[in-house]
Design a protein around this ligand. Structure first.
Ligand code: AMP
Ligand code: GLY
Length: 423
């Protein structure tokens, strides 16, 4: 198959590596990619949010399938443009991508579909925000309605800080004030063709910058999959997945279909396991980063067939995705100053030695050509070390052994990824 993957992060590298790991001889194109992706795919120089350019390349170069990694091209309507031209694409159209692009839209869909989620109030003035904050009480949860590159959410006990956050984002659109929910968080992905829904295996990510869940929120500092502790509450991981498929994914997919905006792509359910049941915190309309880096290495089912079945509306004939019982751990190597003000341009060395550790591979997030070993860091999250093992202890050992072989001045990473499932 000739496959074009849009995006430039470790998630896209993980998708490409999973396609490469299939026996089939795919021709893979990536745009814009990064220095690591360039080793596993042909880089195409086009802007992934430029729908006309993507359609032109996919049409002229006989691309069989386009896979959209990040949210920006989805919200820009790139999937719609491809579908209009009859080019199979894995990723929802603009209208369905609003499930991620507008938190107020997501709340309305959940409400109408009867999906369990926290209470929320939409506010368009500071006075409305203040009233809602006092109504729900502390801790306060304040969110910008639209995409804010992971910076739109604040969870705080400080009422003044909650108000200040709302004041920052009010000029950009409505604000959502939410009821605070408490419990462990789980990310669960679903592949959908707009009608049929197939779940993948759950993962947990680490959003805070520092060990022990301290420090600021980030795009994600690490993840692991599967989640053995789900069995304690739900009997088994499979029962948990079945429950969420029935109570969350299927009703949402049906509701979107009924509105004439079928969701074709990856439905990411960000869940919180509260004392009063599983609730949705947020939806994304794409694969999660860094969860994808631990879910896909465990996928036994050929990824291209799964994505193609979704893109072509034949998921009802596709078997349920199967996963290896392996334990997968990923740790993000971040530049000095990430997330506030990452220092970029520094040399990155030791990546070949890291990748030589058994069970380890690297997924590049922000790397470019240059430096002593041929690589420099070009962003905040630089790369993911991904380790697979028979146990989480083994996977963790491998991941941190590999990280110890990489040098990037000033870099930092969390040392406690998946530690809770070892002890
Ligand atoms: P979001 O961008 O909506 O996923 O929010 C980012 C993070 O903020 C989530 O992963 C949670 O850790 C936290 N969060 C968001 N909404 C809530 C809530 N209603 N209650 C508690 N924590 C929340
Ligand atoms: N892991 C969080 C996200 O992909 O949005």
């Amino acid at each position: 198959m000739r496959i074009l993957v849009l995006g430039s992060g470790a998630r896209e590298h993980a998708i490409i590596l999973a396609l490469r790991a299939e026996a089939a001889a795919h021709e893979i194109f990536a745009s814009p990619g990064n220095a690591g992706i360039a080793r596993d795919a042909t880089i195409v120089d086009l802007d992934p949010v430029d729908a006309a350019a993507v359609v032109e390349f996919a049409g002229d170069d006989n691309v069989d399938l386009v896979v959209i990694g990040p949210e920006a091209p989805l919200v820009a309507g790139v999937a719609d443009a491809l579908r209009e031209r009859g080019i199979p694409v894995f990723g929802p159209g603009k209208a369905a991508a609003a499930l991620e692009g507008s938190k107020a839209f997501a709340k309305r869909i959940m409400h109408e579909a009867g999906v369990p989620t926290g209470r929320a109030t939409r506010a368009t003035s500071l006075a409305e925000v203040a009233a809602a904050l006092d109504g729900y009480g502390a801790p306060h949860v304040v969110k910008a309605d639209g995409l804010a590159a992971g910076k739109g959410v604040v969870v705080t006990g400080d009422r003044a800080a909650a108000l200040a956050h709302a004041e920052t984002y009010l000029p950009t659109g409505p604000i959502l004030v939410e009821e605070f929910l408490s419990g462990p968080e789980v990310s669960l992905f679903f592949v959908s063709d707009g009608d049929t829904v197939l779940p993948l295996s759950p993962a947990q990510d680490y959003k805070r910058a520092l060990d022990g869940d301290a420090g600021p929120n980030t795009g994600g500092m690490g993840a692991y999959s599967p989640l053995p502790w789900l069995a304690e509450t739900f009997g088994s991981e499979a029962e948990f997945v079945e429950q969420v498929t029935r109570t969350v994914a299927e009703p949402v997919i049906r509701r979107l279909d009924a509105e004439g905006t079928p969701f074709i792509g990856l439905l990411y359910a960000g869940l919180i396991l509260t004392d009063s049941g599983v609730k949705v915190i947020e939806f994304n309309a794409r694969f999660g980063d860094p969860e994808t880096q631990v879910v896909l290495p465990r996928l036994v089912t050929p990824l291209s067939e799964l994505l193609m079945a979704a893109a072509s509306g034949t998921l009802d004939h596709h078997p349920a995705p199967r996963f290896a019982p392996d334990c997968a751990v990923t740790v993000v190597l971040a530049s000095e100053g990430y997330p506030e003000s990452p220092v970029t341009g520094r040399a990155l060395t030791g990546t070949d030695a890291a990748a030589a550790v058994p069970g380890v591979h690297l997924a590049h997030a922000a790397t470019g050509d240059g430096g002593a070993d041929g690589l420099i860091a070009t962003g905040g999250r630089v790369l993911n070390v991904v380790a697979v093992g028979e146990t989480f202890g083994q996977a963790r050992e491998r991941a941190y052994d590999a990280l110890g072989r990489i040098t990037l001045e000033g870099a930092h990473f969390r040392t406690d990824i998946a530690a809770r499932v070892v002890s």
